[in-house]
Design a protein around this ligand. Sequence first.
Ligand code: GLA
Length: 389
Amino acid sequence: MYDVAKLYSAFEEYFGQPPTRIARAPGRVNLIGEHTDYNDGFVLPMALDRATYVAARPRPDRVVRVFSTKFREEDQFDLDQVVRDERRQWVNYIRGVVKGLQARDLPLQGADLMIDSDLPSGSGLSSSAALEVAVGYTFQLLNNINLLGEELALVAQGAEHTFVGVKCGIMDQLVAALGEAGHALLIDCRDLSYRPIPIPAQACVVVCDSGVRHRLAGSEYNQRRAGCEEAVRLLRPALGKIQALRDVRSTDLAMYGNLLPPDLLRLARHVVSENERTLTAADALAAGDLTKMGQLMVASHISLRDDYRVSIAELDTLVELALAAPGCFGSRMTGGGFGGSTVSLVAADAVDAFVTAMIDGYAIRTGRKLQPLICTAGSGVSCVYAHEE
Ligand code: GLA
């Protein structure tokens, strides 16, 4: 359990006065529907019970001071001059969100913020989306702004596009804002509508962090996205008014795939099949059909590995080990890829044996120490402490 009282005291000690609000936004793990969100497609993530926390207190001036417990470093900026920082990436998540709120004509006053998290960063659990959403929500609370969860998610995504430089989709921010305890969300990334799907009690979701992070992940990601957009342009003469790969079916690709160069055909094949798998998976999960759900997860991994080419050897090894371990229904890489984690669906009564087999297997195969996380689905952004002065 995260210690909110500790953050309260740390804030008071650092800034000299106690916080008036503490907000949290969760990380996420995506069960299926990878690299589909920026193609207007379907995703099935769940919010985690781990989160990024922001303690805050309004200031009478136009200054924002932010202390990060992770970087043990402070950022300070003026609300009338919010610009990207070329040197320190972490500050851009906060500045970008502030800029996005201002761009919506929402008046803000200065604030002191302290940021803390019990989410591992860099492991593909969207600690960055959690940070963006938590910061956006904190400014909402301090300035009495009402935004729908969808709007908050769009502000957070905008920060990532313009201040951080990754052209991410909406999945991570949306589930950080709107996640529901005990449920995954089937999100239609075209109109942002969603359907909560209960996670069956007899299943556990286990996340295994490969421990590998690739520095080029951001540029590889942007390249995949550009490739998908190019595929849509090339298919349009044959398929008419398509806006995104969401509008393309497997049968269309079978017919007109020859319009695409081989590398773009592979990208399109992944996205089109992944959308179809995600819809089927949501139904399977809703019906409690864990065997079917697991099979779809494995098919998703193979498609990400062979067609979309975003897996790495360590993720493939983790999936292989999971499929041989006790109680496993299915396993796949989760998130953008090029490092990060896998997600496995495991029978609740076998989860301890599964975890042991994974730790032992990964140590033997790679020499790395694995710390599997058994995750329960948490809720979206919320205020955990409020004090009116
Ligand atoms: C990252 C992005 C998401 C999504 C996934 C891949 O997590 O932030 O928007 O595109 O990769 O599914």
